[in-house]
Design a protein around this ligand. Structure first.
Ligand SMILES: [Zn+2]
Length: 78
């Protein structure tokens, strides 16, 4: 499954900015669930995309809210 995602996304971040520019950062990439598993998303090719670290974090903050992510990071530091 991961190989199929990597091939489809060309091994690069799939984030597209408001001006329509694709990020293009090569993969330090993490597999991001567009519909988070925590909310019932599946680990399928359709539901997973490649994102660079920065955009993965951004997407997570959008999905869960910045406060939630801040709490998670604080927990991880402990
Ligand atoms: Zn990116």
């Amino acid at each position: 499954m991961k190989r199929a995602v990597r091939e489809r996304d060309g091994g690069r971040c799939t984030f597209v900015s408001e001006s329509g520019r694709r990020c293009q950062a090569p993969a330090l990439i993490e597999f991001e669930h567009e519909n988070p598993v925590a909310r019932g998303g599946d680990a399928t090719v359709e539901n997973v995309r490649l994102l660079c670290r920065a955009h993965n974090q951004l997407a997570a903050e959008c999905a869960f809210g910045a406060a939630f992510m801040e709490r998670k990071r604080a927990e991880a530091r402990r």
